[in-house]
Design a protein around this ligand. Structure first.
Ligand code: CA
Length: 699
């Protein structure tokens, strides 16, 4: 289709939605997705990503009769974060590692499963579990990014692979966790990895052939160039000559995208810097464009049209990869085409999506790093309280941000945005001297030192801050919270809102609930057991409205920002796809209670110095997944338990990757034999300490 006819179609789509869906055929289905409320054709339902459904069979009066009709085993104990798609009665969803399944909605029968066969060792290159947030649909094909960074096209009918392409330099620690979007026959995908030291970008691939059409790097590769684009030549001036270019700069595009067909602009959210601290990354540098920015690009060639940087010179992992939602709002007496985002940094932004002009920015949670955003300059005014370049600082929001990848939703009926927020502070502490290490975490944070403050019960100031999650109903016009529901866990699910005046959300403590969208009254709730992070969808088949959500704990939540309050998971973290409808009476799947009893550990080994050294190494390389002090607070093995079985083969596992198929990679590139012996000595010491406590409490 020519650009001219595309624009004409775009301009009239509001008037002729149902006709267009048929007349234009498959190519226009996504543009006219609004006209197919029975389906959920793209990640945010429509290109504007409002996650609002016009369906009303399930409403405030009927929702009390909502019940489970089927549950499907997702064959994983790892985190589930996807938004399923529904195309004409078939539900497509990704699971862990970028695996994809298709189900018949009426029966819950699985039609096919596609396994991208990701090598298990790739797990160590991800900050936050082996999750995947969803697939894209286009002309009978399903597109998914595998955790090891291959973009894959699958036949939607058969589940057979059509093509796959590698999207990265495989010597760097990239991962794909986000959902692709398809715009004008191009599959757009980015990746993550800024905690490990990578250079961020996103790319467009031809949906038919898999051929790469363009790539947009979000940060320069050097001061001098040559730069890949004019946008990067401009950005280079905002990085100092002393920039640690070997660490990649960061700026990964790991989640949010939306598209306005009328303006023909693709909006993309950019992540944090690598390493985190601005003075470590780019000493004496400037804003470090385009970190923590919202970019508007031309989807035809990837040319930058405008940008807005939320956190200039980001130092706190304040990504702007959070959900980008498009709406038309009446502001100051006239209708504005806006874009809304609640990025990690704690401010809710409204921009004119045509020009990038900042219209408002207001704190949706307490944020100590900046007092306000100056609407004239568009820049945050930093307080200075959060500058950790010379020593530790406690900063709010913490690194998961005030809001993370869990999508918000917008209900045109209530005029409210439903944001899954969280509250907490983090101790930011710099390393003495930053050295980039390939394959390791390269945040520039003194992780052993930070863990030692927890372990020693040291008062750092973090303890003064509350830790909780909150579903917020935010009025973008009045610029304030209208109602909120507080949750004990920080990480909860994405939100869905409907014309039935409802908001749906799963919770970190395993509930799935519906609230009255205008006032927040809870109208319905069920309990699954394991935490829910996924984003619910609603759709209809044969006149029956359904709601589906993925349930299974993990993702960044496995890092345990609220672990102190909750301790460990009650059940083995088997993940399920849950589907509900009015009158549903199915039983929830049984979950197996997890046994935390410690077997008798091997006798203590190693000198005091070795154990101390092992503790630091453990907290540099192992604690992210296996928990501080070897106490598992997520679904992964508790090493105080497993050391009894694995003590003799410990070096084979940790150095040589004996269990890499399970997701436990070898670390021979970072650790030596004596290092591993020291880590083993530390774990055995911890196992003995806690075993003694367990046995004495039994007596
Ligand atoms: Ca990050």
């Amino acid at each position: 289709m020519s650009r001219a006819s595309f624009l004409i179609l775009s301009a009239c789509w509001l008037l002729f939605l149902p006709e267009l869906a048929h007349a234009g055929g498959e190519k226009n289905r996504l543009i006219a997705a609004e006209a197919e409320p029975q389906n959920w054709l793209t990640y945010g339902r429509t290109y504007g990503e409002q996650r609002y459904s016009p369906l009303v069979q399930i409403n405030t009066a009927t929702v009390s009769r909502l019940g489970l009709i089927w549950a499907a085993d997702m064959e994983t104990i790892r985190g589930l974060e996807a938004t399923p798609l529904i195309v004409d009665g078939v539900l497509y969803t990704s699971g862990s590692w970028g695996m994809v399944m298709a189900f018949d909605v009426r029966t819950g029968k699985r039609l096919w499963k596609y396994d991208p066969q990701v090598p298990g060792y790739w797990a160590r290159y991800g900050c936050c579990d082996v999750v995947n947030r969803g697939v894209a649909y286009w002309e009978g094909r399903i597109f998914v990014g595998s955790f090891d960074d291959r973009l894959i096209a699958i036949d939607a009918k058969t589940g057979q692979e059509i093509w796959q392409v590698n999207t990265i330099d495989r010597t760097r620690s990239y991962t794909i966790t986000g959902a692709p979007r398809v715009v004008k026959g191009k599959v757009i995908i980015g990746n993550g990895g800024a905690e490990f030291g990578v250079r961020g970008y996103f790319s467009a691939y031809d949906a038919d052939s898999g051929k790469m059409l363009w790539r947009f790097y979000t940060v320069p590769a050097s001061n001098e160039g040559p730069h890949e684009s004019l946008a990067l030549s401009r950005a280079a001036a905002t990085w100092s000559k002393a920039t640690r270019w070997e660490a990649g700069g960061g700026g990964t595009v790991w989640d949010s995208m939306s598209y306005d067909p009328e303006l023909d602009l693709l909006y993309v959210g950019v992540g944090n810097g690598s390493p985190w601290g601005r003075e470590i990354r780019s000493p004496g540098g400037g804003d470090n464009l385009y970190l923590s920015s919202i970019l508007a690009v031309d989807p035809d060639d990837g040319r930058l049209v405008w940008y807005y940087q939320t956190t200039p010179g980001d130092s706190w992992d304040y990504t702007a990869t959070q959900h980008i939602l498009l709406a038309d709002l009446k502001l100051g007496g006239r209708i504005r085409k806006v874009l809304m985002q609640a990025p990690k940094n704690g401010f809710f932004y409204i921009l004119d999506r045509e020009t990038g002009e900042l219209l408002s920015a207001d704190k949706y949670i307490n944020a100590t790093w900046a007092s306000h955003v100056d609407l004239k300059t568009g820049r945050p005014v930093e307080t200075g309280q959060a500058d950790w370049s010379n020593g530790p600082k406690v900063v709010m929001p913490f690194d998961p941000g005030g809001h993370n990848w869990q999508p918000m939703s917008f209900n045109p009926g209530t005029g409210l945005v439903y944001i899954p927020t969280h509250v907490g502070a983090l101790l930011y502490k710099p390393v003495d001297k930053f050295t980039y290490r390939p394959g390791a975490e390269n945040m520039g944070m003194d992780l052993p030192g930070i863990f030692r403050t927890f372990v020693g019960g040291e008062k750092t100031g973090v303890e003064k801050y509350p830790v909780y999650g909150e579903l917020q109903a935010w009025d973008p016009v009045a610029r304030k919270k209208i109602w909120g529901v507080v949750y004990p866990r920080t990480m909860n699910g994405g939100t869905l809102t409907t014309a039935g005046n409802l908001v749906f959300q799963g919770t970190g403590d395993g509930r799935f609930a519906a609230y009255k969208a205008d006032d927040g009254t809870r109208l319905w709730q069920v309990s699954f057991g394991n935490g829910i992070l996924g984003s619910p969808v609603t759709y209809s088949v044969d006149g029956r409205q359904y709601v589906s959500v993925l349930a299974g704990w993990g993702g960044a939540a496995m890092l345990g920002h609220d672990a102190g309050k909750f301790g460990r998971l009650k059940y083995i973290n088997n993940g399920y796809l849950l589907t509900f409808a009015l009158g549903g009476k199915a039983e929830f799947p049984d979950l197996e209670v997890r046994d935390y009893t410690l077997p008798k550990p091997p006798p203590p080994t190693g000198t005091k110095q070795q154990v101390e050294n092992g503790m630091d190494l453990y907290h540099s390389h192992c604690a992210r997944c296996h928990g501080a002090m070897a106490i598992s607070i997520n679904m992964l093995p508790d090493l105080r338990q497993s050391i009894t079985r694995t003590s003799d083969v410990f070096a084979d596992i940790v150095l040589d990757g004996l269990l890499q198929a399970n997701g436990m990679a070898g670390f021979s590139d970072l650790l030596t034999k004596p290092d591993v012996e020291a880590i083993r000595a530390f774990i055995i010491k911890r196992a003995n300490e806690d075993y003694q406590v367990q046995e004495s409490s039994r007596r």
